[in-house]
Design a protein around this ligand. Structure first.
Ligand code: SDX
Length: 435
């Protein structure tokens, strides 16, 4: 990074002014390098939600929130979703370039041959209640994976990083499908090497040993596109967690488990599940005629009700993934003869009303990736509480690509933010008899 201009900070309290270099990215906002602020002034910046903070330099994903643009390694998500499949997108995110036919075939072969998990992993599931939330199971099992790969935990070794990335991308579908099978009391299905990544997942989810399961190519393609749309998204909460965990030198399986835990929150990856629950509640209260009442609740600050699947920290325009998700939703419902799916109709009506309502327009609240993803996943037969596991499955490549980029940083340091302390200053303990 070479400074292309500078910023001067002047203080009214007599602190000497200080200059900072400003760096320009290839696209997007410039950054002010404040790393010497504390040493030069004894002061910190204060930015609790990281609203104005760039925590790292990255070459992986770029979002233009005002334009509603999302690029993976420079390629628009709209083009990748139509012209590539998920493993091709994984290769791009990990390596920076799209694979040629040979590279793609080799990458698919490597991933396919790591899709099984250690047979002892099956015992982890026995410890969970059948009705455990699958995200709880996934956090536990992914964290436990590190116990099986002592041969590749040296994160400074590029080959160890590469094999860990392959293992995580390959095994997430197997673990997610196992979590689902365990919840419904069906036997685990082993992966089949002659199926594509997404077809393999569909078979492990919906196949049984009793009959041959032939995945529907339209539904497989829809799932594959859902995975592409969720693959990476710059420095979102779960990715920032993975980077922070990785900065301590923790192994990649532990870091991804931390990312899964963060994604679970309803403000983040849990929003697709929360959105479907929200649509179901409106449906129960009477459906379309009740939308006005619901919107009024959302606008009432005391209700604490949010329009799940709407709004975004970065997108102040339509999330490009939401548009693609709505198209995919339409394709799947058509393929399944569910064009009149009441939930889809309710969602489209809700979206239309919200996009015309001053409350949402003034706050630049648009549908995000989670608004339609629940409806299409439900149509695919995926249970609501598994939606965020699918999100985690898809995002694993983004997390591991960002983790790898951070580890490879020459001046990588452990992340250790400071604070504005407003608690009790120093005081002495009073003996209990005098308290
Ligand atoms: C994801 O970061 C990423 O990139 C995440 C993600 C990814 O791919 O990794 O894109 C995935 O997490 C998508 C977001 C999914 N979450 C939801 O759909 C949950 C509902 N959305 C909100 O919780 C909220 O919009 C956030 C958390 C997504 C963003 O919150 P911000 O940026 O902190 O914005 P804010 O809460 O300050 O909202 C600004 C205003 C507030 O009103 P005022 O105080 O100005 O009056 O908008 C209101 C908020 O109350 N608002 C909403 C709303 N979202 C924001 N009001 C009603 N419904 C909503 N959904």
């Amino acid at each position: 990074m070479t400074p292309n201009s500078k910023a001067t900070l002047n203080f009214a309290d007599g602190t000497p002014s200080i200059e900072f270099p400003i760096y320009k990215g290839s696209v997007g906002p410039d950054v002010i390098d404040i790393r010497k602020l504390y040493g030069g002034t004894g002061k910190f910046t204060f930015d609790p939600g990281f609203m104005s903070t760039a925590a790292c330099e990255s070459k992986i994903t770029y979002i233009d929130g005002d334009k509603g643009e999302l690029l993976y390694r420079g390629y628009p998500i709209e083009q990748l979703a139509v012209n590539c499949d998920y493993l091709e997108t994984c290769y791009l995110l990990l390596n920076g370039e799209l694979p040629d036919a040979t590279q793609k075939k080799d990458f698919e072969h490597r991933v396919t041959n790591h899709t099984m998990v250690h047979e002892q992993m099956t015992r982890f599931f026995q410890g969970f209640r059948r009705d455990a939330h699958p995200m709880a199971v996934l956090v536990g099992c992914v964290g436990a994976l590190s116990a099986f790969y002592h041969d590749s935990l040296d994160i400074q070794n590029p080959e160890h990083r590469r094999i860990s990335a392959i293992r995580l991308i390959a095994k997430m579908p197997t673990l997610v499908a196992m979590a689902y099978k365990y919840s419904v009391g069906q036997p685990f299905m082993y992966p089949k090497n002659d199926l594509s990544y997404s077809a393999n997942f569909m078979r492990m989810m919906f196949g049984t040993p009793c009959a041959e399961y032939v995945p529907n190519p339209v539904l497989v393609r829809a799932l594959d596109r859902i995975l592409i749309l969720h693959a990476d998204h710059e420095q979102n909460a779960s990715t920032s967690t993975v980077r922070l965990a990785g900065s301590s030198g923790a192994n990649p399986f532990a870091c991804i488990a931390a990312g899964i835990a963060t994604l679970w929150g309803p403000a983040h990856g849990g929003a697709n599940e929360a959105c479907l629950v929200m649509l179901g509640d409106i449906q129960k209260q009477g459906g379309l005629p009740k939308i006005g009442e619901f919107i009024a609740q959302v606008k009432d600050k005391n209700s604490n009700v949010k329009l799940m699947g709407f709004g975004h920290r970065v997108y102040k325009n339509y999330d490009p993934r939401a548009k693609l998700m709505r198209e995919t939703c339409y394709e799947v419902l058509n393929e399944l003869g569910l064009q009149d799916d009441p939930m889809f109709k309710l969602a489209m009506a809700l979206e239309k009303i919200a996009l015309e309502d001053e409350y949402f327009v003034s706050r630049k609240l648009y549908p995000n990736v989670d608004f339609y993803s629940g409806i299409v996943q439900k149509a695919l037969g995926i249970p609501t509480d598994l939606f965020t596991c699918i999100f985690a499955l898809a995002r694993t490549v983004g997390w591991i690509a960002q983790w790898t980029e951070m580890i490879a940083e020459p001046d990588q340091k452990i992340g250790r933010p400071r604070q504005l302390f407003t608690g009790a200053p120093r005081r002495d303990v009073t003996p209990i008899g005098q308290r």
